[in-house]
Design a protein around this ligand. Sequence first.
Ligand code: GCU
Length: 664
Amino acid sequence: MQKTDWTQLWLKYEKKRDFGNGAYVAKAALKGFSAENRVIAHALEELNNGIYGMLGVTVRMVSDPGEASLVLVNSNDRKKEGFSLREQEGVLTLSAADENGLLYGVFHLLRLIAMEKPLEGIRQVVDPDDPLRMYDHWDNMDGSIERGYSGESFFFRQDEILVNRRTRDYARFVASIGINGVVINNVNVKQAATWLITERYFKVLAALSEIFADYGIRLYLSLNYAAPLELGGPDSADPLNPEVRHWWERKMEEVFAEIPNLGGFLVKADSEGRPGPFTYGRTQAEGANMLADAVKPFGGIIIWRCFVYNCTQDWRDQKTDRARAGYDNFIAQDGDYRDNVILQIKNGPMDFQIREPVSPLLGGLRRTNQMLEVQVAQEYTGQQIDICYLIPLFKEVLDFHTCCGEVCDTVSDLISGRTYGNTNTGIAAVCNTGDDGNWTGNDLAAANFYGFGRLAFCHGLDPEEIAEEWIRLSLSNDADVVEKVKGILLGSRRTYEKYTCPLGIGWMVAPNTHYGCSVDGYEYSRWGTYHRADHLGLGVDRSSRGTGYAQQYHEPNASMYNEPETCPEELLLFFHHVPYTHRLKSGKTLIQHIYDTHFEGVAEVEEMIRVWESLEGKVPESAYRTVRERFDRQLYNAREWRDQVNSYFYRKSGIEDEQGREIY
Ligand code: GCU
């Protein structure tokens, strides 16, 4: 085999203890599936390689299912893309609804073997929660990655598209965790990327999409709303202009003819300088529907982002509230969107902070397809230098009761289609990969890459369980490693929050790069991201007495957030301007809480490092070194945050730390 300079992440297929598992997989048969089908063929290839690598057994395909110990059955009692795994009297049956279900079932089986779980007596049924489970890459065609922390793009270099063995490995990885759609280019579509829907790139895009198709993944592209103007079409992008509509219809005919495995498009319009329908005095719905009509004949979908806000705010203006913008810009047209439009909503109303409430648009919209967007790339959450296992955060969002109805009111219900019975729903994450050898810069950040897919497939999974899977598959089955790394991962989000962001305030971060502390970095900027600290207190009043944002929620959430007494404390400063002397439920004052959590955050990083060091020799050497080196940078970062935040609020408030620790 040709050597590669990248790791195989959680698909390492290294030697494992057998526990009788080898006997089940020695002879396999297909029933109701054809080995000619490309997805089935690749599932079988994976099965072969995996079993051989882990158990040293060569899987023999037999034509008579009665002779097989592993039967791969096409069965219509499973949900689309679902599968079940059952062992009875020495025969293992993997039933799947369709080829994707079979592929996911095979990866699941390989996962169990890799984790050294005995297959005897197994009975598992797994149906995906989200119909659409997507990774969005913010890769630019020059090879850079917007908010990328793991090297350069492996999709693009110097305005060309790369299609090689790494593309296939990427497809295998994401298929193994159940991803069925991938956007390869940045939502900010500029320059060469605008030309992705032209002849210049059709051939190679088709080749790339074929690799994706081998693993049941559809290719999606981010689209430039102003493409007609930039590609020599009409001199307008007005969605109600017949010429513009016609241009898009012809364009889509051409594109879908050339790239058959295309799922559709992701659009960032009227946001942070990107063009959109507002330029022509049209609504977001009018813009989205025009594109939806053009892709409809080809079964395409338009994923339209709701990240629309005024990014040229005057910081003196205390009425305008960026948090309100998503809801204010989209709620009025609820119900006006075509069936093949999905509104993609960031989990919080601001922008992927370590702590935000759930966006009130989720559950606010009742007659529009909704999709959740989260960020696995650690833009505001440590940039893959600091450890921050994000799956608990995503899980909290999924479990949130929007109170949009009596039943089925969680975000999980909404995006899985349970609430309104719709199927164009799902979840997308901004991906954290690049061309680094370990794919994610920090080896531990791969737990997020892995975990997002697992959680998207099964909302019911516990983040702890997902962490354990990832550790066993990627680092070791050794109990000490599993327990210790799990401890590091599960505590990491809380720790990061402690040294960066007290009680939901957010944004005290270095402008532009978004790494490192700068308490006033955004305080006098145009971005709508303020902490409003003065000598008496801090926080943003988003209650009915302030910007009114809390009123965008359904009751009883609206009232709960509206009052400092009932507002969940972890979000207190997001919703309220609070005096430093305010007593929290712990009995501590707000200022003391800020001091304490910042000291604790640094101490916790020091402890994580001690734990990691005890694993030297027990985890793969290169992972050990890389993570160890990143920890030094995290510790430096955490100390800076602690000392800058504590000194800032000490100087503002003049209130001493009760414990007399060093503050500057
Ligand atoms: C953030 C991020 C940008 C990104 C934007 C988006 O603001 O910093 O780089 O383009 O989100 O989600 O569109």
